[in-house]
Ligand binder design. Sequence first.
Ligand code: G3P
Ligand code: MG
Length: 411
Amino acid sequence: MATFTSLRHISKIASRHNFFVSSSPSLSLLPACTSSIRSFQTKATPPARIPEFAFAFDIDGVLVRSSDPLPRAHQALSYLQSHRIPFILLTNGGGKHEDERVADLSSKLDVSLSTSMFVQSHTPFADMHEYKDKTVMVVGGDEDRCRIVAEKYGFKTVVTPGDILAAYPEVWPFSQQLLPYYKGFTRALPAPIDPTSPSTSLEIDAVFVFNDPRDWGLDTQIIKDVLLSEKGIMGTFSKKNGDASLPNKGYQQDGQPPLYFSNPDLLWAAKYHLPRLGQGGFREALEGVWAAITGGPSAGVTLQKIVMGKPHQPTYAFAEKRLISHRQHLLKQFDGRLGHLKRVYMVGDNPESDILGGNSYESPHGTDWASVLVQTGVYVEGTEPAHKPRKIVGDVWDAVEWATEQEGWSK
Ligand code: G3P
Ligand code: MG
């Protein structure tokens, strides 16, 4: 009988030697005793039961607050790993390549994670093969780290608003003092901006907002220029703009490129004690400028865009596909006996993304998605959430405890 001083020590040994740690006390005793000595029976045999349920964990406000892990996040994830209960991380965050983000989270949470169990806001952009050989504009993130992510996804020609500012500082008069910052990482444009020669001028084929813009002014200006241009040719202005005889008053009716947002979050839980504006805040600001320029909804004009990320169905479908293949890999020793994934517990802190998405997702596999709302992020304890979760709990460990009890697992 091995004895250990903490759950963290146990889970390290368990994951290193592929042991299954089965605790002699019931799960509900664990939180109170993680600091005391507990004796555990380590078994190398697979769990008696095949879990027919799994978890999808939101990150910010559930597992971490910016770079700080939340108190019982390690405990929750390592418990699931020691019981071979599958889970994925499903975040509207991003800004780094999946490899880098997973390595960060593995070390912060002291749990071994892999990209096969990880979906972030722009992960689905990697599948947009139709744009890989075209010229795309990537917006957001620190310096040009999102360009580097896009290139790792296979996009061959990537332009950023910073590249345009560095080449033509007059394009946005109010970021001149930031030029030294931009010149540290921007690249020469693949073509000049020359409205007198549209055929050789820089042409954008798609705009992807990968992560939260750091220079809202510049990025708003450049995206507006693209959307008002002729066919995405920078420096031009479409003659169709404002033509009331055309749909959307002629705006975005002249071959302008599609505009993709990766994250709808208006607010998110960072380190500060109050929620912060997210990528959805930038989009709302851009929509405000767009409405002021075009006349907006009262003139029958909207901003034509594609918004991905939680709570939208394609993101949950993408995540479910990844979860199912991760579960098959994790439980491959049950090949042939691995039944249908009956339920996924979607654990999140934001009613607008995690709970709404979990509640409204319709699984093509008939899997029940049960939303669980924690009180460690955007949602404020005691208030009525905008979207009613299956359960409200204190933190991520409470969510795991409640869900495993629902499944009769802790018995
Ligand atoms: O930018 C991150 C923020 O939008 C929220 O991320 O992990 O709570 O979906 P998450
Ligand atoms: Mg969150």
